[in-house]
Design a protein around this ligand. Structure first.
Ligand SMILES: Cc1ncc(COP(=O)(O)O)c(C=O)c1O
Length: 394
């Protein structure tokens, strides 16, 4: 059946399903009672699934936050940036050298934020270009690095880094691997344990289709040991609200140190339940199918994609506007076609648009959205050869 109603194709925040919305409208419960700890246990267990970690119990008092792989998940009241700040502030000392290769806005943010807490070397590649692995290897070979930190899926440019290759490099050189997985976890293959990643961050409002304002981190034992050691040496960056050791103290008890984001946590637990029912790999596949369809369709129509071929993301596609078209196309798309995509950031503003293929977006919504985008481009005088949009999404 075709899609009816509006098409909301932005790379997060994404639409939440009815179960999530209803869970968030549950009457207030206390922050420390058993009811909330039940919620946390379900949330922790659902998060472990989304992070692609070994399973845990979803029952209170059963160590819902951890599993056989030794990773622990920590829920953060705040958006993805708060969770990333918790990682960078707690894990590093001021002089620790951290290599941050970037090719878009969010990677650059990792570098900018990191430089408040440690000694960052920013390897800044052009937006949308793949990292130069030779250069990264060369840098690491010079030694004396504490970590490599990356934005795994660069939402601003629609590029996904080859995390497997980077993980191998980190392992070879004995440095920590830190990942902003805010638009990859739950939407495309992420393997924290195989990659030996010390910390991976996710934001609820992206691939897991939860509410905005809540995020989580998966950390391994080495990460915890380092945070503890530098705190004991009195060498850590100042933190209070984002003190990861305070959060770790509460984890076993399915609790958080401060008043948690109670209703968002309830909503997120419901979205993660839905993800489990769909299946993680099925979700990865659906996102990949939609992104591939968008890429091929717009390429065939004569558009240029920003990201380097072979590294294009499954959860967001960045498409350049042809000459003569700008963001007034997006305004018309929203006003007249009830369809939303998102624009670009910084120097690419007005030069391209981005289509999200994450969360619970259905293939039929994507097909309908693409048809409306094409019609809207035609309103701007563009002419295309006939295409059968459906055939791109089979
Ligand atoms: C890859 C990536 N990192 C970080 C962020 C910032 O996350 P938040 O807005 O949840 O703080 C975003 C938001 O779009 C993102 O896509």
């Amino acid at each position: 059946m075709g899609h009816e109603g509006d098409c909301f194709l932005v790379p997060g925040p994404v639409r939440m399903n009815q179960a999530c919305l209803e869970a968030m409208s549950t009457p207030t419960i206390t922050a420390r009672g058993t009811e909330f700890r039940d919620v946390m246990a379900r949330l922790n267990s659902g998060l472990r699934y989304a992070f692609n970690l070994t399973p845990s119990s979803s029952e209170r008092k059963n160590q819902s936050w951890t599993g056989d792989d030794g990773y622990k998940v920590i829920v953060v009241s705040g958006s993805g940036t708060a969770a990333m700040e918790m990682v960078m502030a707690n894990r590093f000392r001021h002089n620790d050298r951290v290599l941050v290769p970037t090719n878009g806005k969010f990677g650059e943010r990792v570098a900018e934020m990191g430089s408040r807490f440690c000694n960052v070397k920013h390897l800044k590649y052009e937006w949308g270009r793949a990292f130069d692995f030779g250069e990264i290897e060369e840098q690491l070979a010079r030694g004396n690095w504490e970590a490599v930190a990356i934005c795994h899926n660069e939402t601003s440019t629609g590029i996904t880094q080859d995390a497997t290759e980077l993980a191998e490099m980190c392992q070879r050189h004995g440095v920590a691997f830190i990942i902003d997985g805010i638009t990859s976890v739950g939407g495309l293959p992420v393997h924290p344990n195989e990659w030996g990643a010390e910390a991976v961050v996710v934001g609820a409002q992206k691939c897991t289709a939860g509410p905005s304002g809540i995020a989580a981190i998966a950390v391994n034992q080495h990460f915890i040991d380092r945070c503890t050691a530098i705190r004991n040496q009195d060498d850590s960056n100042p933190t209070y609200y984002l003190d990861i050791l305070a959060a770790l103290k509460k984890g076993d008890d399915d609790q958080t140190p401060w008043t948690p984001a109670i209703n968002p946590a309830m909503g997120w637990a419901a979205s993660l339940e839905y993800l489990k029912n769909e299946g993680l790999e099925q979700r990865w596949n659906r996102c990949a199918l939609m992104a591939k369809g968008v890429r091929n369709l717009f390429t065939d129509l004569g558009f240029e994609l920003l990201a380097d071929e072979f590294f294009r993301s499954s959860t967001v596609t960045a498409i350049m506007y042809p000459d003569g078209i700008d963001d007034s196309w997006r305004t018309r798309l929203k006003d007249e076609y009830d369809t939303q995509v998102i624009g670009a950031q910084d120097h690419l503003k007005g030069k391209m648009f981005r289509v999200g293929s994450m969360g619970e977006t259905t293939v039929s919504e994507m097909i309908e959205g693409c048809k409306r985008m094409i019609s809207c481009f035609e309103d701007f005088g563009m002419e295309f050869s006939q295409v059968e949009v459906e055939s791109y999404f089979e």
